[in-house]
Design a protein around this ligand. Structure first.
Ligand code: GDP
Ligand code: MG
Length: 243
């Protein structure tokens, strides 16, 4: 028991998933952590998942279904190093909601918070079914590789350009200089929790991107500890450490 308690680590950094109900936030997290997709997942219980990423502990927060009651308070994003804004690419409304309902919740995130915009349910759209296997088209093999049966394919309502435009508006809202930020092309993802398309890539890109934020914070903590503690470690001389 004592041994396992020792292993419980405090998360170094927090990433939150935001977006309307049913866009697939829980499914994306489930796909990443369990490598599975279930048609019915409910977001009850565990509000966050802990991921060990190299030497770092990253917590990924899911909304526990409260988004339906407009009940996600400012606490939810507090101290977040990254926010994953998720919409369903077959629902224009879910895209609109990101800006109208969810963006303001990120006011409590870190000042250097990283934003990603994710269009989920790619498997449901026609354009994805046509473009997902370009090599097979050339090689005259069957074009469609059962990502989805053609009968259930839907029109894509939100394009990647819309997501990139939203990314630009978020930077404006945050008062950030576009040139100093990560470019929209690398922060807008299209995913499918159902097939796994781009899911690992999304989460792992985010993990890599928050590492500098972890290091920065550790550095700040270390510096403030040095101020508080007696200078007994002897690693540095008391004065002139910057010389
Ligand atoms: N076809 C398809 N359905 C999905 C995908 N992701 C989620 N779903 C379905 O959409 C519904 C809502 O998913 P859920 O993860 O609960 O959404 P949340 O409310 O944002 O957490 C469920 O029925 C899922 O099975 C996806 O990538 N493709
Ligand atoms: Mg959910």
């Amino acid at each position: 028991m004592a041994e396992s308690t020792k292993k419980l680590k405090k998360p170094d950094v927090k990433i939150v998933l935001l977006g309307d109900m049913n866009v697939g936030k829980t499914s994306l997290l489930h796909r990443y952590t369990e490598k599975k997709f279930k048609d019915t997942v409910s977001t009850v219980g565990g509000a966050f998942f802990l991921k060990q990423w190299g030497p770092y502990n990253i917590s990924i927060w899911d909304t526990a279904g409260r988004e339906q009651f407009h009940g996600l308070g400012s606490m939810y994003c507090r101290g977040a190093a990254a926010v994953i804004l998720t919409y369903d690419m077959t629902s224009w409304q879910s895209y609109i909601e990101l800006e109208e309902r969810f963006l303001s919740l990120t006011d409590t995130a870190n000042a250097d918070c990283i934003f990603a915009i994710v269009g989920n349910k790619a498997d449901l759209t026609e354009s994805h079914a046509q473009s997902s296997n370009p090599e097979e088209v050339e090689g005259s093999k069957p074009v469609r590789t059962s990502l989805s049966s053609s009968a259930s394919l839907q029109r894509k309502q939100v394009n990647r350009e819309d997501a990139m435009a939203l990314y630009g508006r978020i930077l404006l809202y945050k008062g950030l200089d576009e040139k100093a930020c990560l470019p929209a092309e690398s922060m807008c993802f299209e995913t499918s929790a159902k097939t796994g398309y781009n899911v690992d890539m999304l989460f792992e890109t985010m993990f890599d991107l928050v590492v500098p934020s972890i290091l920065k914070r550790r550095n700040e903590v270390e510096n403030s500890t040095v101020d508080l503690e007696a200078p007994s470690t002897g690693k540095r001389t008391q004065a002139g450490c910057c010389a």
